[in-house]
Ligand binder design. Structure first.
Ligand code: CA
Ligand code: CA
Length: 589
């Protein structure tokens, strides 16, 4: 709870709205509110229910006994013809929900009634180039601002009361293939954002902006060799080259268009004062064009929120040849070993391995597969580096008879990943990670390609196939201390939404078939499901109001699978689009 308290917040809000008192300002969301978000159950003011991204709530009124009575209290439509994928996580503060929709739209909704308070539509230019649907993953809140990233690569801050633009900042050039899709991260008054665009040969970067003014504070490129900058007192100064020299882990000039886009956004851990960002694939996909490790692609980076310095890095797929875009979220957790508390972080990579790292220094603690089959690597060495299976790297087109198509190989997982963007949950009660995963393979081959601004830069062809007739998605409960899978739930369609766990011994997630589902966190037994009318690819939240516990989730099928999924996309083409947010609670006793 902020020092202003909820009652005061309401009073001032009413005054400002009703009387337009000049000079008065609502305290709104503070840094402290964000840091304490997980334990303050009357609001949700960070992406991940706390900056560590555990997606765990201490609420338990809705639990394994009561969840059967859960029912919707309202559903709000995003409207228009603009449907497609809805991958947002809603936020809730002082009776208002802030949620994004496809095509860079933001809605403020009265959580008591489901009434719309305002809607903001970004006027997007022709020629935006989102790789993987026109999605958005949510807003950040700070003070009286609602801040989000648009598909034309701008950060936009709106007045929380009116939806009017307060500031707008161009982060990168959408004509070069950049876009913003992640929820920004808010740390110590700074808005921190990555960029999307790894399929277009952009240069990935993480940037910090002053949340109040939109002024750039620091910029950290995520491709080795590029210079970072910090802005202070109106002066721009160099902030150190990212990694080693230009071209050190890249041949020739390839580092100039190296990808490594940190497109998912990051987490923040106040215990170690570090931002954690994953980085995407090196560009192009054809790995024969760029022998070397290609830092910092397909890696995890720990970055100082104060200066933008890279404090440590851990690369999951050096010289990635499969689009194992290792952007996946890094989730802090502590555990005891030999009487000591280990400050660990868990991350489930697109490449099929789950990694446990020391979050203070990035040291590899352990790694294990979290999917049933991995072909591209035989395992991990003692430092967590993959032991490659060369037969499962797509062949070099230069070695083929006409130089146009390299040998096609079968690789598992497919490039859409053992896990893609959809965030895991870590339960402080069970000590387990709940990992939304998919079992699929791909045929992939390489082709020659050269960089052209604003054009796809892949040098690869592919098709994705299911490994099993009856399911692709698998929600898994995994013990990060041993790698043991405690239970699994199998889903026909690929899972593409985030997970929430609660002290009510429940795990919530949605599926593309439209169901919001709740499972017993310890046994995996399904305790509840409700069809929301379109596929769920967003992340559920929970909060309380007037002594009652609420669950909310967005519904609207789409995202990368229908666009890139090959044979899998055909198998699920009957799933209908949508665009709405649903809110549930128990009947009043
Ligand atoms: Ca909270
Ligand atoms: Ca990619």
């Amino acid at each position: 709870m902020s020092k202003f308290g909820r009652g005061t917040g309401f009073a001032i809000t009413a005054l400002v709205a009703g009387m337009s008192v000049a000079g008065m300002s609502w305290a709104g969301v503070t840094d402290k509110d964000i840091l304490n978000d997980q334990m303050t159950t009357d609001d949700v003011v960070s992406n991940g229910l706390g900056p560590k991204g555990q997606r765990f709530s201490p609420l338990k009124r809705v639990n394994t006994d009561t969840v059967k009575d859960l029912r919707p209290v309202w559903s709000f439509s995003f409207g228009g013809e603009k449907q497609r994928g809805q991958e947002s996580q809603p936020m809730v503060k002082d009776g208002v929900m802030y949620v994004t929709g496809s095509y860079s739209r933001v809605f403020a909704i009265d959580v008591k009634t489901g009434d719309e308070l305002w809607q903001y539509d970004a006027r997007l230019p022709d020629g935006i180039m989102p790789c993987c649907d026109v999605i958005n993953r949510g807003v950040a809140l700070f003070g009286d601002l609602v801040i989000f990233g648009s598909l034309d690569a701008k950060l936009i801050a709106l007045n929380a009361k009116t939806g009017k633009v307060v500031w707008k900042k161009k982060v990168a050039d959408y004509k070069a293939g950049y876009s913003l899709t992640a929820a920004p991260l808010l740390v110590n008054g700074k808005v921190i954002t990555g960029v999307s665009g790894g399929e277009f040969g952009v240069v990935g970067k993480v940037e910090a902006y002053d949340a109040k003014t939109g002024k750039l504070v620091w910029s950290r490129p995520t491709v080795e060799g590029h210079m970072g900058y910090i802005w202070k007192d109106g002066k721009k100064t160099e902030n150190g080259i990212s990694g080693g020299a230009p071209g050190k882990t890249w041949p020739g000039d390839l580092w100039k268009t190296g990808g490594a886009a940190p497109w998912l956004g990051g987490t923040y851990d106040p215990d170690v004062n570090l931002l954690f960002f994953g980085t995407g694939n090196p560009a192009p996909w054809n790995s024969h064009l760029r022998p070397g490790d290609n830092l910092f692609s397909s890696s995890r980076l720990a970055i100082s929120p104060d200066t933008g310095k890279i404090v440590w890095h851990f690369q999951t797929t050096p010289n990635d040849g499969w689009d194992y875009d290792g952007v996946n979220e890094v989730v802090s957790f502590d555990y005891k070993a030999n009487g000591k508390t280990i400050k660990a972080a868990g991350t489930a990579d697109r490449n099929g391995f789950f990694y446990v790292l020391n979050r203070e220094n990035g040291e590899f603690i352990r790694g294990f597969p979290f999917v049933d089959e991995i072909t591209w690597a035989k395992g991990l060495d003692k430092n967590g580096r993959p032991i490659y299976s060369e037969a499962h790297r797509p062949g070099n087109p230069a070695a083929s008879a006409d130089g146009k198509k390299g040998k096609s190989i079968r690789a598992v997982p497919s490039f859409l990943g053992g896990k893609n963007w959809m965030p895991v949950s870590y339960s402080k009660d069970s000590g387990l990670f709940y990992v939304p995963s998919n079992e699929w393979a791909m045929d992939i081959w390489n082709e020659p390609v050269s960089y052209k601004k604003g054009a796809a830069y892949l040098g690869a062809g592919f098709t994705i196939k299911s490994l099993n007739e009856d399911y692709i998605g698998v929600l898994r409960a995994i013990d990060p201390k041993t790698g043991e899978e405690k239970w699994r739930y199998k889903n026909y369609a690929p899972l593409w939404g985030g997970v929430l766990s609660t002290a009510g011994n429940l795990v919530f997630m949605g599926n593309p078939e439209g169901y919001l589902m709740a499972f017993d966190a310890k046994s995996g037994e399904m305790k509840y499901k409700f069809n929301t009318g379109s596929g769920i690819v967003g992340s559920p939240i929970t909060w309380e109001m007037d002594g009652e516990q609420y669950i909310s989730v967005v519904s609207g099928w789409g995202g990368a699978v229908p666009l890139w999924g090959g044979e899998v996309a055909k198998r699920i083409k009957h799933l209908n689009q949508g665009g709405s947010v649903w809110t549930f609670k128990l009947p009043e006793s």
